[in-house]
Design a protein. Structure first.
Length: 375
């Protein structure tokens, strides 16, 4: 059975934190909103409201509210601007034909958000608070959830050090916000194979670092290699491990999976340098339920290249919240440029994509209780 979110009342009976809604003085007109929803582009248009709360050392979380989406007033000495103490999450809300709106496994995002906070020395936001904040925002902006195939409302919770000070210590004032953006396909080509460039000598994260946390610094480190990928005709970059420069790790903001001709699904193990993706976990769960062997282990680039040349590697694909599942049709890098399979989506990626998106959209049964009703 699908999960059902707690009521917004926040009374003692349900124990849910309450995010007070402040009226928006000038929301978008229905006509403006309809235009924005006609062909939404990922992360470019935002809804009328945002949810927010503030944490102070000694008093904890307070000032929960949903208010008009607007620029932030930030002191030039705010610690986040100088020391990068911030984290974020990403998840989607899906509209159903009956008017309800659902999120996919948001409790896992809440758990990961708390883990990222611990690694960045930020205060942990309780799971109930996380869920209440996204529910309150979606309730305020339910009309912004697109219903066309392949669309969703992307939710971006984030937290940052807001205290104004210059000094290397964890902040004593922290702001938490959630914003929302109607979105179409992450890649303009949709469920079509993309080309991947393997970065050589430039790394996303190292052992003992912040690779397992969802923080901006990891993504900032990926931008130059991403430019190099584009210069080589590739849509995304794949990183090798920092310790040996031989093991495949992450693809941009996605996890990597390799399918060998015997049907086994291989993926790099979570060693602290790779993000514990919600979609990754769900894909592996589906594989195991479908009887596909799964291995989580170090994945040498040389092994994958040899497998592509010999035909032992049948498919490579990536997975993540934004794109769900993305087939990979070409793997290139210094000294190699190989087609994956026939350069088309493979059968394993296709089956998993159909099953996962069907569960998210309510066209396939949610027998695992992965969907969480927001409205």
């Amino acid at each position: 059975m699908s999960s059902t979110a707690p009521a917004l009342s926040g009374t003692a009976g349900d124990g849910a934190p309450h995010y007070h809604r402040r009226p928006h003085p000038g929301p978008c007109s229905p006509a403006e909103r309809d235009r924005a929803l006609t062909a939404p582009v990922f992360g470019t248009v935002f809804t009328d409201h945002m949810a927010r709360a503030r944490w102070r050392a000694g008093t904890g979380w307070d000032e929960r509210r949903v208010e008009a989406y607007a620029p932030l007033a930030l002191d030039p000495a705010a610690a986040v601007l100088h020391y990068g103490q911030e984290i974020f999450e990403g998840l989607k809300a899906y509209a159903r034909e009956d008017g309800s709106v659902w999120a996919f496994r948001p409790e896992l995002n809440a758990v990961r958000f708390a883990a990222s906070a611990r690694r960045l020395a930020l205060p942990e936001l309780p799971e109930a608070d996380f869920l209440a904040s996204i529910q309150a925002l979606v309730a305020a902006d339910a009309a912004w959830v697109p219903g066309a195939p392949g669309t969703s409302l992307y939710l971006r919770p984030f937290m940052f050090a807001a205290e104004a000070f210059l000094g290397v210590r964890s902040a004593r004032v922290v702001d938490y916000l959630v914003i929302a953006s109607p979105a179409g396909a992450y890649f303009p080509s949709g469920f079509e194979p993309v080309s991947i460039w393997v970065a050589d000598g430039q790394h996303r994260a190292g052992p003992g670092g912040t690779g397992g946390a969802k923080c901006g610094g990891n993504y900032a480190a990926s931008l130059l290699p991403q430019q190099q990928a584009a210069a080589n005709g590739c849509a995304q970059v794949c990183f090798l491990d920092a310790a040996t420069n031989t093991l495949l790790e992450e693809i941009g903001s996605m996890n990597l999976l390799v399918v060998t001709c015997d049907g086994t699904v291989h993926t790099p193990g979570l060693s602290g340098t790779i993000l514990d993706g919600v979609t990754r976990r769900s894909v592996l769960d589906l594989c195991r339920e479908q009887g596909r062997p799964v291995t989580e282990r170090p994945l040498p680039l040389a092994e994958v290249l040899d497998g592509l040349r010999s035909g032992q590697v049948a498919e490579i694909f990536a997975c993540g919240t934004a794109a769900v599942i993305t087939p990979i049709g070409r793997l290139a890098g210094s000294g190699f440029d190989l087609t994956v399979g026939a350069g088309r989506p493979g059968p394993v990626a296709q089956v998993l994509h159909e099953e996962l998106t069907g569960i998210q959209r309510g066209t396939r049964p949610d027998t695992r209780g992965w969907m969480y009703r927001l409205v």
